[in-house]
Design a protein around this ligand. Structure first.
Ligand SMILES: [Zn+2]
Length: 170
């Protein structure tokens, strides 16, 4: 145990979903045009789910499945922005401020470069009731898997997210 609680905390989030025809491809609350989207109980927003896990992890409060079980009919097709806002509110209640979000999305197609800025802005907007985030505080990166594995065959999408929290409320 430290004499004093640490002033900063890192959090790491991961999520993946199958891609299927006839579903929206939602990333950070943005509906990205695509012939297929995430199969899920909720809206399947893989990036917001990984971001929620990163925030919960940094707070030492488990994962999104513990807070919003996918067996609960209340969360069926629920916008994932709701989950993110709740994760942010919990972190703020516990005295944390979000310093930055760094995310990588793994997706073979469509190309996400035209959407990265819009997705980052959307995340800042969703979290605005909790924290004012500057433009550089949310970074969205995207990579393909060079046609290898399930992501490379466009059967799946993956998101990795790191966050840093610092103590100090708002
Ligand atoms: Zn998910």
């Amino acid at each position: 145990m430290y004499d004093q609680e640490p002033m900063i905390r890192v959090g790491l989030g991961f999520d993946s979903h199958r891609l299927v025809p006839g579903r929206k491809l939602l990333l950070g609350g943005v509906d990205v045009p695509s012939p297929f989207g995430e199969k899920a109980h909720s809206d399947g927003d893989v990036l917001l789910h990984a971001l929620c896990d990163a925030i919960y992890g940094a707070c030492g409060r488990g994962d999104i499945g513990e807070h919003f079980p996918d067996t609960d009919p209340r969360w069926k097709d629920k916008p994932s922005s709701h989950f993110l806002l709740e994760a942010g509110r919990l972190a703020k209640r516990e005295g944390w401020r979000l310093v930055n979000v760094d995310a990588t999305i793994l997706l073979e197609t469509p190309k996400l470069s035209p959407w990265k800025k819009t997705i980052a802005e959307s995340i800042r907007r969703i979290l605005a009731p909790v924290w004012e985030l500057g433009e550089s505080a949310v970074c969205i990166k995207a990579k393909t898997m060079e046609r290898c594995d399930a992501v490379g065959r466009s059967e799946a999408i993956v998101a990795h997210v790191a966050v840093l929290l610092e103590s100090g409320g708002s």
